[in-house]
Design a protein around this ligand. Sequence first.
Ligand code: UDX
Length: 432
Amino acid sequence: MKISIVGSGYVGLVTGACLAELGHEVLCVDNDTHKIEELRQGRSPIYEPGLEELVRVNARESRLSFSTSVQEATAHGTIVFICVGTPPGPDGEADLSFVEAVSREIALNMEEYRLVVEKSTVPVQTGQWVQRTIAHHVRSGVEFDVASNPEFLREGSAIRDFMHPDRVVIGTSSDRAASLLVKLYEPLNAPLLLTDINSAELIKHSANAFLALKICFINAVSRICEKSGADVVRVAKGIGLDRRIGVDFLQAGIGFGGSCFPKDVEAFIGISSKLGYDFKLLREVLAINQEQRQVVLTKLEASLGDLAGKRIGLLGLTFKPDTDDLRNAPSLDIVRLLVERDADVRAYDPKGMERARGAGEAMEVVHYCDDPYEVAENADALVVVTEWDVFRRLDLQRIHGAMRRPFVIDGRNIYDPARMRRLGFEYHGVGR
Ligand code: UDX
């Protein structure tokens, strides 16, 4: 099938590369000429395991090509996916101006039947509005359909998530659109959920909000664990084994970040309020998540007192491992709070340091190190911010020997508390 993808960010590029891998002829479009140029040269503008290889192979075999023209995208694909960004507007609600601009441009260029699919995360009822926008601009007599097909890709494992999804959600009121999308996804052999557009849109916001809620719930429980002497890892396992709850997304830590959860929860609160429902539960989720970032500071100050001049080493900066993404990462708040207290902040991240250097004033003050051992050199404390595998395999004796004070705050619970204490560390996990 001929497929076009408008917006070649994380979602668009992974979707495009994977659909090409499934044998479709895919054209990926973006208005960022630099990005398209890089892609044409076989380089992925983002770090995502396996993506660059997939882009190269499929481009070489002529199943994947790149352009900056929405007009070309409209001419090429029977199915046109909209994967442009929906950043938060000033009041937290999703800013849909890119979705609107692209819908209009597709409509103006449509010469024969096109199925326009929203993949960008959008508030419920956006599909109806896209439908109206296209109907308003399209040449009379040209048929089209609109569908919602939300993505559930996690950064760091996006390709696996695309190829082996728990389910594929297809929201549309048109049989023609449904059968095109069913055919497209058939090779994945995944459960398909056919529904209306509003429900599909709401599935996406609800799924992300529910996962964010799960993380916040266990983080709140971790606070009780710390106060009572229980171990949150055991509590999480104990509740997670109940199939009604499930073990996933119950890892206590320093809170969620990334390009989706914070923004989507906020947008969900926004659209709910617009529709007349005050989603207090989700407002509390955001508050708990913010508090969780502050806990690191509270623990540092409780042990070290005034942080001015104290050398604090951070292991990891990205919002999760296996990505170079720092959007809404807990590290950004932690660094800001440390810099405000005049601490001497040192950090190492396997993939995130280049982006970190450009991520705001506080991040410019950080001393970026070549490896974790340099971070530990004369440090008064080490904080595990991101659970990269390399940090699990550190020579902890060497780390202990390098530090001024062997004090570790493990924000991701990657170390065994008993072992850390045996090695002579003053060790604080989360909720243990
Ligand atoms: C998320 C959703 O999982 C995906 O389905 C979606 O559509 C896009 O948003 P992503 O943000 O890439 O994916 O990563 P995810 O693995 O969900 O982690 C998000 C944040 O939650 C990270 O900061 C992670 O560290 C944190 N997290 C996750 C926890 O703190 N505890 C957990 O148990 C799981």
